[in-house]
Write a new protein. Structure first.
Length: 453
């Protein structure tokens, strides 16, 4: 090998190492993908055998092997489907052998990751006897890029990226209420910003309670139907929302006046069973720094706090059928806030925990639904804002990270979609003032020239 060839090889290796660190997606498409596919195809049988995922062949197969090849009968791995490359990794389906279950494959995910040289391996149950392996080639949460194709529907919007390179979708119809916890600069506001920007493009009533004088939600005032910026305003707004909920229940009840011959499709117990012409628009209530609603200094404030907490609990317990959903954000949320805090938290099905300052805060968010996720939430580094752990009442959890969205872009989206805000007369007194957008001054206008014949 000449010095020129050696220098070229070193340059290629250095370039690949740089691309792997600075541009992981490009490195995966050009280098990582072919190498991982070659490893997978060449070592599939031996890797499955080493992971204990092989079974003894059937009697007929053993006889056929002996009769045709005279070779030793070896254990059979799960039948592998076609390898499908993606921009972030690989996907393939396995048909499990008799006696195997998806948990057997999931237990060997770490071994498969090292054997095939990928960043992570995730197992998903497709149907009885079939699982899908999703191989992720690089850390997709280091630089978030949302998938191109995402199913957006009413009250179903993408908010963040999961660690398996799929989108984390906030579906209010499936998970009506959610608790979002995180310390200062953990990315909690970015999560809220993405959620607001996505919902702004839908015919949804957006209501905000921001007791930090509105500094978090005021930039989105053009799209908000109501905004309370201190506990006093919140105490006036919450009863209006409760009254709106009761009016919607009256509407549903009137529809339930079942007469002889009424078709089953005409019977409903929530607003989604009403005809579209009669159905009120859904309401999403955003509460930033919920602890400010609980903190009191005087006896009078304590009475006001108890009333607000009672109204919040009523909205959380009864609001789903009326199309009213809660998005509660804060730094801590536990029994130390006072009466009703634990009861309210129990009604918040969805949980998102960003970086917190102590283990107790992580337990408040995830300890009662996914205890294994508490350690993952405590391990989030301060250098990764927007990284969080999401859990649900099924006990499942995963890491997510919210893409960066500037405040200017989010506010512009809300201004552009202001006309989509449904009209709710009861909320008109609480609609925030939106100052007019200043018109850019142009240069000096030239004096008109006289018209000559």
């Amino acid at each position: 090998m000449t010095w020129v060839e050696l220098g070229g090889s070193l340059a290629a290796i250095s370039g690949a190492a740089y691309a792997r660190h600075a541009h992981p997606a490009a490195y995966w498409s050009t280098v990582g993908l072919p190498v991982s596919v070659a490893r997978l195809l060449a070592s599939y049988s031996s890797t499955m055998d080493a992971c204990g995922l092989t079974v003894e062949p059937s009697r007929w197969r053993a006889l056929a092997v002996k009769a045709t090849t005279r070779r030793e009968v070896r254990p059979v791995p799960p039948r592998r489907g076609m390898v499908r490359p993606t921009t972030t990794g690989l996907r393939l389906r396995l048909r499990l052998a008799p006696g195997q279950e998806p948990a057997d494959v999931a237990a060997s995910a770490e071994r498969l990751r090292h054997a095939w040289g990928v960043h992570a391996v995730y197992v998903r149950d497709i149907k009885p006897g079939v699982v899908e392996l999703r191989l992720v080639g690089f850390d997709v949460l280091r630089k978030v890029r949302m998938p191109r194709r995402i199913d957006r529907r009413l009250l179903r919007v993408p908010v963040a990226l999961r660690e398996d390179a799929t989108a984390f979708v906030r579906d209010y119809r499936a998970v009506p209420h959610e608790l979002v916890l995180g310390a200062t600069l953990s990315g909690k506001s970015m999560y809220l910003r993405n959620l607001l920007a996505e919902l702004a493009a839908q015919p949804v009533v957006l209501v905000g309670i921001d007791c930090k004088r509105g500094v978090e939600l005021a930039p989105f005032a053009a799209r908000l139907s109501a905004l309370a910026t201190d506990p006093e305003q919140a105490a006036e707004l919450l009863p209006v929302l409760v009254k709106e909920m009761e009016n919607r229940y009256d509407l549903i009840k009137a529809r339930q006046g079942i007469a002889p011959g009424t078709p089953d499709a005409g019977i409903t117990s929530d607003i989604w069973g009403l005809p579209e012409s009669e159905r009120p628009a859904p309401v999403v209530l955003f509460i930033d720094e919920v602890a400010e609603l609980f903190l009191v200094a005087t006896r009078k404030e304590e009475e006001r706090r108890d009333e607000m907490v009672t109204q919040l609990i009523r909205l959380a317990q009864l609001g789903r059928a009326a199309g009213i959903y809660l998005e509660v954000c804060g730094q801590r949320f536990g029994a130390e806030l006072g009466k009703g805090a634990t009861m309210l938290r129990a009604q918040l099905t969805g949980r998102v925990c960003h970086r917190v300052n102590d283990e107790a805060s992580a337990k408040m968010a995830l300890g009662d639904i996914a205890p294994e996720a508490v350690g993952a939430a405590c391990a989030i580094a301060a250098e990764l804002p927007g990284l969080g752990v999401v859990g649900d009442t099924s006990g499942g959890w995963s890491r997510i990270r919210t893409p960066y969205l500037s405040l200017v872009d989010a506010a512009a989206t809300c201004r552009e979609t202001a006309h989509l805000a449904p009209d709710v007369p009861a909320l008109t007194p609480f609609r925030p003032y939106v100052p007019p957008v200043p018109v850019k001054e142009s240069g000096p206008v030239a004096a008109p020239r006289p018209v000559t014949e």
